[in-house]
Design a protein around this ligand. Structure first.
Ligand SMILES: Cc1cc2nc3c(=O)[nH]c(=O)nc-3n(C[C@H](O)[C@H](O)[C@H](O)COP(=O)(O)O)c2cc1C
Length: 184
């Protein structure tokens, strides 16, 4: 059974990203994975103020380990100003380099209030994860007009998006399982 972290990629209180992350983790568990949600709301931002690159910061290490102690990661990514949230880049910039994403299966779920469903953010993020040698999972989801097609009670109400989600979940669990020996 693969162990998968679902990363809610924003620190915005009340975000759709966190709600969708919880929904995603439930679906992963239904498919036999062990899943946990980690939110960037809990990132110890105050401990990196001033540019503490290259320093050992226990709170940052603990946060990073919590995300990366997994066979795979699903990133739930909102679109902020045509890109992904700044806190996600801070998180990535403080990860140990170069090994953190090496051969790590990563899947991407974009979600946005707008009509493009965070495609820009996901594609920009994929470039970075590719540079860091992650195993990019090819199925992606872009939840457009997310406030209309997702709610905590009913999940994804748009039939097409729900179908894509079910496919991504099932296939990412087996993709992660197949690749878990290759890490480290
Ligand atoms: C700082 C900021 C910038 C945003 N920029 C965009 C954008 O470029 N395109 C878009 O469709 N929605 C944008 N939104 C709206 C988000 O898509 C909306 O909040 C949605 O619920 C997903 O974000 P969430 O996970 O924080 O809830 C922005 C929201 C914030 C807070």
């Amino acid at each position: 059974m693969p162990k998968i972290t679902v990363l809610s990629a924003t620190d915005r209180p009340g975000s759709m990203a966190l709600k969708i992350s919880k929904f995603t983790a439930e679906k992963l568990i239904e498919q036999g994975a062990e899943a946990q949600v980690v939110s960037l709301e809990d990132y110890p931002l105050q401990d990196v103020v001033g540019g503490k690159y290259g320093q050992d910061i226990p709170s940052v290490k603990a946060f990073n380990d919590n995300v990366l102690d997994a066979d795979g990661v699903v990133m739930v990514v909102p679109e902020y100003n045509g890109s992904f949230p700044g806190i996600l880049k801070v998180f990535i910039d403080y990860l140990p380099f170069p090994e953190s994403f090496e051969k790590l299966p990563i899947a991407f779920i974009g979600e946005a209030a707008g009509a493009f469903g965070s495609v820009r953010s996901v594609e920009q993020l994929q470039m970075i994860c590719n540079y860091r040698n992650a195993y990019l999972f090819p199925e992606r989801i872009f939840l457009q007009r997310v406030n209309k097609i997702f709610n905590e009670k009913d999940g994804i109400t748009d039939e097409f998006s729900a179908k894509l989600m079910n496919s991504l979940i099932a296939n990412f669990v087996s993709f992660t399982d197949r690749n878990k020996i290759a890490r480290s």
